[in-house]
Structures are given as structure tokens and as C-alpha cells.
Design a binder for this molecule. Structure first.
Ligand SMILES: [Zn+2]
Length: 276
């Protein structure tokens, strides 16, 4: 069962004692290797991290009564014994789902702390807006908050077949269609537009499936299923090099299990088999 994470905001300070630590070095999370070869998010006190020389120590919230802390580690700092640097994607399924989610959040907030030090309008140093991650410029008043950029995923289905696209460089893998939401459109309008732009087909019955933060770096993926309503596949070669219909029993190589795209395909297969 996922543990409950309670967020905190500056200038809140953590209680002393043990904390979960999310140190990032060159964009990779530093984790500890256990004797059995599995990996753990570091649980310890600040002095336990001394060898990593942590910087930008940031209090994110409380998980199961324990503070969660993010920090930066300089690229020059050597890794002490039993530490390992991992890409966030490699952490999936290795740790509790809540810890995996907080690792992504930690990555985003550290990046935000870095990117928001100066005002984008007048270049003056910014100040925190208390009780939030927001920043305000004391010179011109400009206010900014950490970004969450929505993008849709759309599984287009037609009876026993599903429309999957392929991008150059994906190897044997195919996926459902995806695209960023434009200013001035709803999520459903975005699904219709993206599907039309990328493969030239019309869809109807657009239904929400679920969403997933995708911290690479700031996306929020919002997943839909949409029923095919007409048109022949016409691939936008700026976006895809191929798109085809696949039968439910003959699906190609799909995105990894951590991705919402994969989860939506699996949900569709389940619904479909249930209906048979
Ligand atoms: Zn300013």
C-alpha cells in the first residue's frame, strides 16, 4: 500500500532525527545499496550525509512521520562506498511507490530552486513567497511558481484494434499518441487535435483514464481513450515515422511498465478482453 506523503513548504523546518534523503548528482539520484543487492532511499541524519557534502538542502514533506529531504551533490564529489547513482526511471519498482513519487518531486523542486533564483523579467534576485514554492521579485514584483506542464496521451481504439505510433530512434517500440496542451484548449480538444495532426484520423467518446507526473523535467501526463470515428492514417512525418493499427492479440513492443502510456494500453486490453 502506498504511504501518505504530507507536503511542507518553505520556511517550514523538519524535526531533528532520521529523515529520508533524496540527493541528486548531475541529475541522478544517489541511493544506498543493501547487502542483498537491492537499493534503498537513504534514511539517516544530516551528519550521516557529510561525505556527500550536500548543498541546497530542501525540506519537502513528511512520509510516515519522517521528514523527506532533497539536496544537491557536486559533480566532483566521489561516491562513498555502498552508494549508487541512478536515473529516476531506473528507480521505478525498486522502491515503494510513494518514495518513487517523492524522488520525482525532489528532482523537480531542486531544478526549480536552481532555475528561479533570478527574475526572468528584470534579472534581480528573487525571494521566496512564504508557505509555497513560489518566488517573487522584490524589484519588479514578478511572481512565478514551479511549472507542471500538461501533455495528453491518447489511445485510439476501434473494436479489436488499437492505433499505435512509432518515432525514429524507438527501435521496435510503439506507443499511443502524445502531445503538449496548447494555450486556450481543453484536454479533450488537445486529444482531438493531436490525433488529427499526428495521424489524420477523427476520434469521439474521449474518456479520461488517469494521470501521472512525469518529471522529465516538468510534465503532467493526462491519459485518455478515444474511439476511432473516421479517416485514413496519414502520418505527420515531423512527429512520427510510422503509425499502424494493431490487433489486441498481436501488440508490438510497448513502453516500459512505469509509463502511463503502457498502463493505458494494458487497461484497454483488460476492458477489451472483459467485453469479449
Ligand atoms: Zn523582476
Amino acid at each position: 500500500m502506498a504511504l501518505i506523503f504530507q507536503r511542507t513548504y518553505p520556511p517550514a523546518l523538519p524535526a531533528e532525527g532520521l529523515a529520508f534523503w533524496f540527493p541528486f548528482r548531475k541529475g541522478e539520484l544517489l541511493v544506498q545499496q543493501t547487502e542483498r543487492g537491492s537499493i534503498d532511499i537513504m534514511s539517516g541524519t544530516e551528519p550521516d550525509l557529510a561525505a556527500l557534502q550536500p548543498q541546497t538542502i530542501t525540506y519537502l514533506g513528511i512520509l510516515n512521520g519522517k521528514p523527506c529531504m532533497a539536496c544537491e551533490v557536486s559533480a566532483e564529489t566521489p561516491l562513498p562506498e555502498n552508494w549508487k547513482a541512478l536515473e529516476l526511471r531506473a528507480l521505478y519498482n525498486e522502491v515503494d511507490a510513494s518514495l518513487y513519487g517523492i524522488a520525482g518531486y525532489a528532482f523537480q523542486i531542486l531544478l526549480w530552486q536552481q532555475d528561479s533564483r533570478y527574475c526572468p523579467v528584470c534579472a534581480h534576485q528573487t525571494e521566496i513567497i512564504p508557505a509555497s514554492w513560489g518566488k517573487q521579485c522584490p524589484n519588479c514584483g514578478y511572481i512565478s511558481y514551479p511549472p507542471a506542464v500538461p501533455a495528453v496521451l491518447a489511445l485510439v481504439h476501434d473494436g479489436e484494434r488499437v492505433l499505435l505510433g512509432h518515432k525514429p530512434g524507438w527501435g521496435p517500440r510503439y506507443s499511443i499518441l502524445a502531445g503538449f496542451v496548447e494555450p486556450g484548449e481543453s484536454l479533450e480538444e488537445c486529444v482531438e487535435r493531436e490525433v488529427m495532426e499526428e495521424v489524420g484520423v477523427q476520434v469521439t467518446d474521449i474518456t479520461y483514464v488517469g494521470s501521472q507526473p512525469w518529471p522529465f523535467p516538468h510534465q503532467l501526463m493526462v491519459g485518455y481513450m478515444a474511439r476511432y470515428a473516421g479517416g485514413e492514417i496519414r502520418v505527420d512525418e515531423q512527429e512520427l515515422d510510422e503509425a499502424h493499427w494493431f490487433h489486441v492479440d498481436e501488440l508490438p513492443n510497448l513502453p516500459p511498465p512505469l509509463s502511463l502510456a503502457r498502463q493505458i494500453v494494458e487497461a484497454w486490453v483488460k476492458i477489451h478482453r472483459g467485453e469479449k
